[in-house]
Design a protein around this ligand. Structure first.
Ligand SMILES: CC(C)(COP(=O)(O)OP(=O)(O)OC[C@H]1O[C@@H](n2cnc3c(N)ncnc32)[C@H](O)[C@@H]1OP(=O)(O)O)[C@@H](O)C(=O)NCCC(=O)NCCS
Length: 199
C-alpha cells in the first residue's frame, strides 16, 4: 500500500516529474517549454529546498508518486525565494523582456517576480500559508489527495492556507470544494481561482 511520508532529497527527480506531468491545469505539460524542468523549478523545487518540513510525498514502493509542498508564511517565502532560490538557479533561464512575449517568457517571469505570490486583495492575514499538490494519474481519485492535505494541515503552523488554481481545472476544484476550501475574493483574479481553508 502506498504511504504518506516526509519528503527526502532523493525524491527530487520524482517531484520534478510529477510536477510537469500535472502542470497544464492538471494535465501533462511535458514538451510545452524548452525544458521540462521549468514547472518544477517554479512550483515544486523551491518549496522542498526552502520548506522541507512542509513537504510530504505519497510513496509507492520507494518512489514518490505524489506530493504536497508549501509554506506557512507566504510573505517570508517570497523574500526567501528572491534571496535564495533565484540565485540558486542562477542564469538557467534568461530574464524575459518586459512585457513577456511568449508563453515560456510568461512562465519565466513568474520565477523572476516572486512577489506575484502576494496576490493583491487576498486575505493573507487569515490565510498566510499556501500549498501545491499533485499526484500522478494512476494515484488520483484514491484518497491520497485528501490525506496529503490533512498531513500538511496537521503540520503547518498557520490560521489558514490558500492556493491558486487554474480556473480550467474543474476536477481539482471539485476536490477542494469537497475538502471544505472556500473561494477567496480578489479584485483581479485573471484565469486563476483562489481558494482558502481555515485551519
Ligand atoms: C486534484 C488532486 C490533488 C486530488 O487528489 P485525489 O487523490 O485525486 O483526490 P481524493 O481521492 O483524495 O479525493 C478527496 C475527496 O474529493 C472528492 N473528489 C476528488 N476529485 C473529485 C472530482 N473530480 N469530482 C468530485 N469529487 C471529487 C473525492 O470523491 C473525495 O471525497 P471523499 O474523501 O469525501 O470520499 C489530484 O487529483 C491531482 O493531483 N490531480 C492532478 C494535478 C492537479 O490538478 N493538482 C491541483 C492543481 S491546483
Amino acid at each position: 500500500m502506498p504511504e504518506i511520508r516526509p519528503y527526502r532529497p532523493s525524491d527530487l527527480a520524482a517531484v520534478y516529474d510529477i510536477c510537469v506531468r500535472t502542470a497544464d491545469a492538471g494535465q501533462d505539460a511535458r514538451g510545452h517549454y524548452s525544458t521540462d524542468d521549468l514547472m518544477g523549478d517554479i512550483f515544486a523545487a523551491p518549496y522542498v529546498r526552502l520548506e522541507p518540513d512542509l513537504a510530504f510525498v505519497v510513496d509507492d514502493g520507494g518512489a514518490a508518486v505524489g506530493y504536497v509542498v508549501g509554506t506557512a508564511d507566504t510573505a517570508t517565502f517570497v523574500k526567501r525565494y528572491a534571496a535564495e532560490w533565484i540565485p540558486f538557479l542562477g542564469d538557467k533561464y534568461p530574464v524575459p523582456p518586459p512585457p513577456p512575449r511568449t508563453a515560456e517568457q510568461d512562465m519565466v517571469a513568474l520565477h523572476y517576480h516572486p512577489e506575484r505570490m502576494l496576490v493583491p486583495g487576498l486575505d493573507l492575514a487569515g490565510f498566510p500559508a499556501h500549498l501545491h499538490i499533485d499526484l500522478l494519474p494512476p494515484y488520483q481519485g484514491r484518497g491520497y489527495g485528501r490525506r496529503l492535505i490533512e498531513r500538511f494541515a496537521g503540520t503547518v503552523d498557520a490560521p489558514g492556507v490558500h492556493l491558486g488554481m487554474s480556473t480550467a481545472n474543474v476536477q481539482a476544484r471539485a476536490f477542494y470544494d469537497r475538502l471544505g476550501f472556500e473561494q477567496l475574493p480578489v479584485p483581479d483574479p485573471g484565469p486563476i481561482t483562489y481558494l482558502g481553508l481555515r485551519l
